[in-house]
Design a binder for this molecule. Structure first.
Ligand code: UGA
Length: 451
């Protein structure tokens, strides 16, 4: 919405949320304190806020004034009931649709922006239909899924491969297309029916995630055979039918989208009796879990079969670089597995706060890193938040790189090796470290996908 406001000064954009604290944070005069860390976002918000971009908790008033309402609420995986663990929980979509039905005036175009299971628009239409006609209200429902990736959100939005608009009413589709038309060329604005649009979003994420599971499966084979997965990725990626992107082997995909959307697809396939299609897509998630477990096991095996009581430095906790988001981050499972094995972790991430790591690991850290290495971490403390990679490495037997932060490409391996206990290891699950320098500093090095 910030980018729409930035690119369309003639359109008033009002972002509403029930959460007053969050709205206050979006209105914070200090742009470095916005609730989401995303490169370039502060500048965009700085330009548009107060001009034609507004953040408020006055939900009903904003709906009443709007010609177009974007439903952008979260749709987490259900944790209970039918479809638990796979289907999306649509309670916030339903609540939002009901609120729009009640508060809107005149004709309102309702745009599904949240990623939704196929045929959700039907439910939204049914809810809005109940209000239709009352006080002259009418509605059109569109599906307009978002394809931006975190960390590159602003550039993805400013220069999208495509914008997808699914709907029935041509005037409504034209109205939304004219919003994007302020900066997106018409040929990149794709128009489909509602169900194709909803299904395209799930399918795009499933295909992207599938590429990662595919390359991670080959990474394991490379490690076993002496091949190098980066050479394989380059060799296959030059085939224009395969393409070079999304072939980076790693600790498995994380983020709020891939796993959730594939599980949604799995649920839908099962719902329609397509068991083979369901298990095909399910295996993409299965391989991802295996990759994370494999890395944790490999660390334990390398360290003479036990990490009990050993200090391990974990560099990177976010699910990818340039974000403070940890949802489904591979670091979570890998750290939990290592803690389960008795390891004491010193975790550092340039953007993730210790409190977030604590929530993800469901454990409190020990208070401080006092004299790390010279005495054991407190009895109840399975991890602590370190202030820098060097501090994390102090007294550690191994360093694990789990997020590809730029800084980790330029670490001073001489200095790090000097504070570690010997023999010492580097496990680079993102293939970003200067491994020649690490080896020269006396570390044993494992890089994902390197035989
Ligand atoms: C993903 C899609 O890329 C977006 O197109 C989509 O709009 C978004 O989900 C969404 O549904 O909202 P995102 O999850 O933000 O975006 O981030 P990605 O860049 O796709 O990365 C996902 C995970 O895959 C990360 O953990 C990343 O490290 C991993 N990854 C990515 C790899 O391990 N290897 C690669 O080659 C690429």
């Amino acid at each position: 919405m910030a980018v729409i406001a930035d690119r369309c000064p003639d359109i008033q954009v009002t972002v509403v949320d029930l959460n007053a604290e969050r709205i206050a944070a979006w209105n914070d005069a200090d742009l470095s304190r916005l609730p989401v860390y995303e490169p370039g976002l502060d500048a965009v918000v700085g330009r548009a806020r107060g001009r034609n971009l507004h953040f408020t908790t006055e939900v009903d008033a904003a709906i009443a004034a709007a010609d177009m309402v974007f439903l952008s609420v979260n749709t987490p995986t259900k944790t209970r009931g039918v479809g638990a663990g796979q289907a999306s929980d649509l309670r916030w979509i339903e609540a939002s649709a009901r609120q729009v039905a009640a508060a809107s005036q005149g004709h309102t175009i309702v745009v599904e922006k949240s990623t939704l299971p196929v045929r959700t628009a039907e439910a939204v239409k049914a809810i809005l239909g109940g209000a239709q006609g009352g006080g002259g209200k009418t509605f059109s429902v569109l599906s307009n899924p978002e394809f931006l990736a975190e960390g590159t959100a602003i550039t993805d939005l400013e220069n999208p491969d495509r914008v997808l608009i699914g709907g029935e009413a041509a005037e409504a589709i034209d109205a939304l297309a004219s919003v994007y038309g302020h900066w997106v060329p018409q040929e990149r604005i794709l128009r489909t029916n509602l169900w194709s649009s909803e299904l395209s979003k799930l399918t795009a994420n499933a295909f992207l995630a599938q590429r990662i599971s595919s390359i991670n499966s080959i990474a394991a084979l490379c490690e076993a055979t002496g091949a190098d997965v980066r050479e394989v990725a380059r060799a296959i990626g030059t085939d224009s039918r395969i393409g070079p992107k999304f072939l980076q082997a790693g600790p498995g995909f994380g983020g709020s989208c891939f796993q959730k959307d594939i599980l949604n697809l799995v649920y839908l396939c099962r719902h329609y009796g397509l068991e083979e299609a369901a298990s095909y897509w399910e295996s993409v998630v299965g391989l991802n879990t295996w990759q994370q477990q494999r890395i944790a096991r490999l660390v334990v095996n390398s360290l003479f079969g036990t990490v009990s009581g050993k200090r391990l430095a974990v560099l990177g906790f976010a699910f990818k670089a340039d974000t403070n988001d940890t949802r489904e981050a591979p670091a979570i499972r890998i750290c939990r597995d290592l803690i389960e094995e008795g390891a004491q972790l010193a975790i550092v991430d340039p953007k993730v706060e210790a409190a977030q790591i604590a929530r993800d690991l469901e454990r409190s850290p020990v208070a401080a890193d006092a004299a790390a290495g010279s005495r054991p971490i407190g009895a109840d403390g399975s991890w602590l938040a370190a202030g820098s990679p060097l501090e994390a490495a102090r007294g550690a037997d191994a360093v694990l790189i789990l997020t590809e932060w730029r800084d980790y490409r330029q670490l001073d391996w001489g200095a790090i090796a000097a504070v570690m206990r010997r023999p010492a290891w580097l496990f680079d699950a993102r293939a970003v470290a200067d491994t020649a320098a690490a080896r020269a500093a006396g570390l044993n090095v494992w890089t994902v996908g390197e035989g």
